[in-house]
Every structure is written in structure tokens, then in C-alpha cells.
Design a binder for this molecule. Structure first.
Ligand code: HPA
Ligand code: MG
Length: 178
């Protein structure tokens, strides 16, 4: 692995493919133990989480379901502020053990708006799994139940994360060279 160029910026290797897969296997093993009798429903948030969600789900060895959604953010009224809407969420969450799957939690803004909407449906448990988080960027604290890596507040690329549309297909994670 060496420095790569995407659009106008340079990125250096940060987390290798083997280390990523190893950590995701550990996360899947922990979740398989914790949730073995729960038949959890994984809800993966597109686009960024597609690769993490696929690998995590592949490494689970318990009965589990998965559904992929997109979150659309739009300006609500003055009283509601910004609103996030889930596109493609057809499942009834009542009484279910639900695991939200994210590639990265940085400011926490999206989940701070989205999780309360899901709580309305009265799931039995509502858990969050995120491959990455940037604690220095967190504005709306989110409890992450299953975390891959805690990273500095620098722009990352690869393994689902894009820079202006490109880089999602990289099997490892790169960091912006500043
Ligand atoms: N890279 C790409 N997409 C992102 C990031 C990042 O570091 N943080 C939130 N979305
Ligand atoms: Mg992006």
C-alpha cells in the first residue's frame, strides 16, 4: 500500500485490509455471543456502510436478518428543525432487537435525530454498531455498543467511505495527507 491520489487530494494508508477484517471478525463474534437468542434485525445505513455491513453479517454465526436503508435529510419547519427520513425501512421494529450499522459516527447528528424515531416503534433493544468513530468531532453524543476503531478527526477514505463519490471500493482505509 502506498500514497494514492483521488480527485485533487492525496491519501496515505491508515488501516490495512487484514487488520480491518480481523477487527470485524471480533465484533461479529462478540455480537454472535450477545445476540444468539434474539434473531436480531441489522439495519445498515447506505451508502457508506455497505462493505462493513456485508463483512460483519458474513462473519455472524447466529440467525439474523438484514435490511438496507438510506437516510434523507431535509429542512423541516422552524419547530421541527432538520428532519431525517428513512427510505426503505419496511420492517416492523416492535419487540425486535435492532442493530443499526454505520460506517462512521462523527458529529453524531444524524443518529441523534434518527434513533429517537426508531424508539417510537418500541423495539426490545436498539443497538448501534459502527466501524469507526471520531470522538473529537462528536457534537451529539451517541452510545456505540459495538465499535471497530476510534480515530482522530481527519478525513478518511476507502472501505465504503468516499471522497466525492470515489474510493468506496478500496479494501483498506486511507487518511488524507494534509
Ligand atoms: N470520510 C468520508 N466520509 C465521511 C467521513 C470521512 O472521514 N466522515 C463522515 N463521512
Ligand atoms: Mg460521503
Amino acid at each position: 500500500m502506498s500514497v494514492i491520489q483521488v480527485h485533487d487530494k492525496k491519501f496515505q494508508p491508515y488501516i490495512g485490509a487484514t487488520e480491518l477484517q480481523q477487527r470485524i471478525r471480533e465484533m461479529a463474534a462478540e455480537m454472535s455471543r450477545d445476540l444468539k437468542d434474539e434473531r436480531p434485525l441489522f439495519i445498515a445505513i447506505l451508502n457508506g456502510s455497505f462493505m462493513f455491513a456485508g463483512d460483519l453479517f458474513k462473519y455472524l454465526n447466529i440467525p439474523a436478518e438484514i435490511s438496507f436503508i438510506k437516510l434523507a435529510s431535509y429542512k423541516g419547519t422552524k419547530s421541527t428543525g432538520n428532519v431525517v427520513q428513512a427510505i426503505g425501512l419496511d420492517e416492523d421494529l416492535f419487540g425486535r432487537t435492532v442493530v443499526i450499522v454505520e460506517d462512521i459516527v462523527d458529529t453524531g447528528k444524524t443518529l441523534s435525530q434518527f434513533l429517537p424515531q426508531l424508539e417510537h416503534q418500541q423495539p426490545k433493544k436498539l443497538l448501534v454498531a459502527s466501524l469507526l468513530t471520531k470522538p473529537e468531532a462528536m457534537v451529539h453524543p451517541i452510545k456505540i455498543d459495538y465499535l471497530g476503531f476510534s480515530v482522530p478527526n481527519k478525513f478518511l477514505l476507502g472501505y465504503g467511505l468516499d471522497y466525492d463519490g470515489l474510493g468506496r471500493n478500496l479494501p483498506e482505509i486511507y487518511q488524507l495527507v494534509e
